[in-house]
Design a binder for this molecule. Structure first.
Ligand code: AGP
Length: 617
């Protein structure tokens, strides 16, 4: 889950690479480094800590580059985040430099073999073996063919990796390889780029090429050659990126997260765009699963991690209610290890913002081995999870840079609702006008989210007042329970506070013992309409905890006066249909966590120990 950039062309390579790294820092930020060819000589610079440390080192020790360079921002897997373990890694002759995203699983064995042949290792990383192997391969071949050397080395590697290399032996070339780890190429005019994510080169080109599994790309200023590991030409998909550099910038906000929170009405609206045909039917073009296949489905299993998992938990309520198909939701990292019962009639829905979470990818591969059909819900076009799925529904949230998922969560919810409604449509479980009514309610969501955003100032004040709290509990029922879980996750990851969510009905079975004087408890209250029994029960829960000293922070729909007497703080949200309430109820919780973290002085875009895209298991 590191970020990688490569450039070859007439521009100052160092500048292009460092600027690209700045856009990829969300992928990892415990160290950063670059390698360039300066007058044909390989030069590297790397520093532990954020990119700012590398920039400072480059300022102190400036260098020219010949228009060829690679850069890396790291999230450590093997070896502590030190200068020495930062990428690039070089061979003993200092002629080859390598950067890497992923894990080389057989590195220990390879290292022993290399050491036996006299190689001196300078880091604790798995990556360094590749620099030495490439060097050996180039020496053996004697033809300076870095591409062929890379193909040969990749055939010996096990695990997941994107590797990028440059060498003094091939001064016009950047070579990269991928297996189970992201890599996109940017096609420029007399210059070419590669990166883990198009954000790195979007300021230069919007024409991208998506590499397949087990492919090697050779990038020169005027050519791009893609082969498989045996050197045979390989098929690639070229596409045009439909967002620009400004979409990946902060737009005047101090943090990406703040910008991404306010972008939510737009993101929700964009995700709904173009889903209804002229005849009023729902059309999900990228679905790629034929109606007859969807009619055969007897069970749905949703797999996802973190925030995406919470979206899945909410989807379960909607899908089971609208489609009457049993729906299980499982944390992707647990899924394949419990021998789940899957077959051709099982539809597996993999939800992933990045499309690169290794846990989700491995779970979906397992599901496909069991013959299940897999549908991805994803925000990143061309990423691995949608590519390996039978169908995909893209959320159109635009790039999300802040590590904490915000706008992508809301758009995942919209996508899940669309899938539920589409299944109901193809299976003939709902009349067209019923579906259109719900689509109409969804279409009003951007306006409702906007309304929440206009009224969150008191939530910010509340958050600041709780900056010294040690614990915050979250309670919810029905779809409000996963919303409570999402609120707790946001607080943990951003404010580094203990936060826990409970189903409000479970309180009396144990967690109520946690309640003590002044303990902040956030309660998500279901709508009174349609779920009045649940609503009344949660009002009783609020009374129970308040009687035991809790400081109650209640999120309820506007006009719900029944909760007012028991709320120390009442946060009102627009009244919307019960199943859609998570779209509006989540927003104050995002703002709450973000503001509380800011009050503690935390970096909300890059919280400690985290990375945006988790490409290791
Ligand atoms: C969300 O705020 C987290 N950063 C994290 O839980 C994230 O949702 C999880 O890692 C899954 O990522 P994905 O959606 O890209 O697969």
């Amino acid at each position: 889950m590191c970020g990688i950039v490569g450039y070859v062309g007439p521009k100052p390579a160092l500048e292009v690479v460092v600027e690209g790294l700045a856009r990829l820092e969300y992928r990892g930020y415990d160290s950063a480094g670059v390698a360039v060819l300066s007058d044909g000589k390989l030069q590297t610079e790397k520093r532990a800590g954020k990119l700012a440390n590398l920039r400072a080192a480059l300022k102190e020790n400036p260098r020219s580059a010949d228009g060829i360079g690679i850069g890396h921002t790291r999230w450590a897997t093997h070896g502590a985040p030190t200068d020495g373990n930062a990428h690039p890694h070089v061979d003993n002759a200092n002629r080859v430099a390598v950067i890497h995203n992923g894990i080389i699983e057989n590195f220990a064995q390879l290292r022993v073999e290399l050491e036996e042949r006299g190689c001196k290792f300078r880091s604790e990383t798995d990556t360094e073996v590749v620099a030495h192997l490439l060097s050996e391969e180039l020496a053996e071949r004697g033809d300076n063919d870095l591409g062929a050397a890379m193909r040969s080395v990749c055939r010996r590697l096990e695990g997941a990796f994107t590797l990028v290399a440059i060498s003094e032996d091939a001064p016009d070339l950047v070579v990269a390889a991928r297996r189970n780890s992201p890599l996109v190429v940017g096609r420029g005019d007399g210059e070419n780029f590669l990166a883990s994510d198009v954000a790195a080169f979007i300021a230069h080109t919007r024409d991208a090429i998506e590499l397949g599994q087990d492919q090697v790309v050779e990038l020169r200023a005027d050519s791009i050659t893609v082969t498989d590991y045996d050197g045979a030409p390989a098929p690639v998909r070229e596409y045009h990126v439909d967002w620009d550099a400004s979409a990946a910038e902060k737009g005047g906000y101090e943090y990406f997260m703040l910008k991404e929170i306010v972008e939510q009405p737009r993101a929700v609206a964009d995700t709904l765009l173009g889903r209804v045909a002229v005849d009023g039917t729902l059309t999900l073009d990228e679905m790629r699963l034929a109606p007859h296949e969807l009619r055969e489905i007897s069970k749905i299993v949703i797999i996802a991690c973190g925030t995406s998992y919470h979206a899945g938990l909410i989807a379960k309520y909607a899908i089971e209610h609208w489609c009457r198909i049993p729906c299980e939701v499982e944390v992707a990292s647990e899924f394949r290890y419990r021998d789940p019962i899957l077959d051709r009639q099982t539809l597996v829905i993999a939800i992933s913002q990045s499309g690169e979470s290794m846990d989700t990818l491995m779970a979906l591969r397992y599901a496909r081995e069991q013959q299940s059909r897999v549908l991805a819900i994803c925000n990143v076009n061309g990423s691995t999870i949608p590519r390996e799925s039978d169908g995909v529904l893209y959320t159109h949230a635009g790039p999300e840079v802040g590590v904490a998922a915000t706008k992508t969560f809301l758009t995942q919810l919209v996508a899940c609702y669309l899938v539920g409604l589409y299944l109901a449509q193809v299976r003939g479980l709902k009349f067209g006008d019923e579906i259109n009514t719900i689509i109409g309610q969804l279409a009003r969501m951007p306006e409702q989210v906007d309304k929440v955003l206009q009224t969150v100032e008191p939530v910010r004040e509340l958050a600041r007042s709780l900056a010294d709290a040690k614990t915050v509990l979250f309670l919810g029922r029905h779809v409000g329970y996963p919303v409570a879980m999402e609120g707790a996750l946001k607080l943990k990851e951003l404010a580094y506070m203990h936060a826990e969510a409970f189903a409000a009905g479970e309180l009396k079975h144990g967690p109520i013992a946690l309640i003590e004087d002044g303990l902040p408890v956030v309660v998500v209250v279901p709508s009174r309409e349609g779920r009045s029994v649940l609503h009344d029960k949660i009002v009783s829960n609020i009374q129970e905890i308040r009687a035991r000293g809790a400081r109650t922070i209640v999120i309820a729909e506007e006009g719900d006066d029944s909760v007012r007497p028991y709320s120390d703080t009442l946060i009102e949200i627009p009244a919307v249909p019960t199943l859609l309430q998570p779209i509006v109820a989540t927003v104050p919780l995002q703002v709450f966590a973000c503001e509380l973290a800011l009050a503690k002085g935390n970096d909300v875009d890059q919280p400690r120990n985290l990375a945006k895209s988790v490409t290791v298991e």
